[in-house]
Design a protein around this ligand. Structure first.
Ligand code: SF4
Ligand code: SF4
Length: 214
């Protein structure tokens, strides 16, 4: 896997987009906020670390250290922005392509130019650089070995969690929205066509600032 410096312009600037309609703000009722929060299916995908290849954001198999991978729940939700400065609010997540195409916030708020994060999981082509990627994404040793042991063709942890959540919600009659079923496994981690003459692999570390990888 070739790794190169992220340009501070180019792809990142192009993701400076605004939601298609206003997000709830301080002026809105608690009910409006609760309705907004209820859109989340707890699929967990936005809480996995990301990389950028060209202008495309890919969701890696590595979860945020604060994610409960059994339930896809944040363990520090009320103080997530203090505990994890790289945690993204909905607006920022939309600006930086942190959400996959089946995230309800994408359907509700994303403008036409939004580029969803890719959530396919064939990591075979990147596996030789597993440690490099894990290092760049600051994955703990324990999590690194847990993911490594599963191998490049394994479903990501969020797939298993979603299957479990769906079963539990359906069995209990829980009215909350169901997390999506897993997308088909596809080889997607390729450098997409783009205008720049030189191929470039960039990293989008933990969702916020592109980081110098050299
Ligand atoms: S991707 Fe969307 S639906 Fe899934 S956990 Fe994140 S905000 Fe919720
Ligand atoms: S800190 Fe943010 S990214 Fe991490 S699990 Fe919590 S909500 Fe997800």
């Amino acid at each position: 896997m070739r790794v190169a410096r992220v340009s501070s312009s180019g792809g990142r600037e192009s993701r400076r987009i605004e939601p298609r309609k206003p997000l709830p703000g301080p002026q809105d009722s608690p009910e409006a906020h609760a309705k907004h929060e209820a859109l989340c299916t707890n699929c967990g995908k936005c809480c996995y670390k990301k990389i950028i290849v060209g202008r495309t954001v890919f969701i890696t198999p590595f979860p945020c250290e604060f994610l409960d991978t059994e339930t896809n729940r944040c363990t520090v939700y009320e103080e997530r922005f203090e505990k994890n400065p790289d945690c993204l609010a909905i607006r920022e997540g939309l600006q930086h392509s942190a959400f996959p195409t089946d995230c309800p916030y994408v359907e509700e708020y994303a403008p036409a130019e939004y580029r969803p994060a890719i959530d396919s999981w064939d990591w075979e082509g990147e596996w030789a650089d597993f440690d490099n990627l894990a290092e760049l994404l600051e994955v703990s040793d324990e999590m690194r070995e847990r993911i490594r042991a599963r191998g490049p063709w394994a479903k990501p942890l969020w797939v298993e969690a979603n299957e479990r959540i769906r079963r539990e919600r359906e069995a209990s009659g829980d009215g909350r929205p169901l997390p999506p079923v897993a997308p088909p496994q596809v080889v997607d981690l390729r450098e997409p066509p783009r205008a720049e003459p030189a191929p470039r692999l960039s990293a989008f570390l933990r969702g916020r600032e592109p980081k110098d990888l050299e």
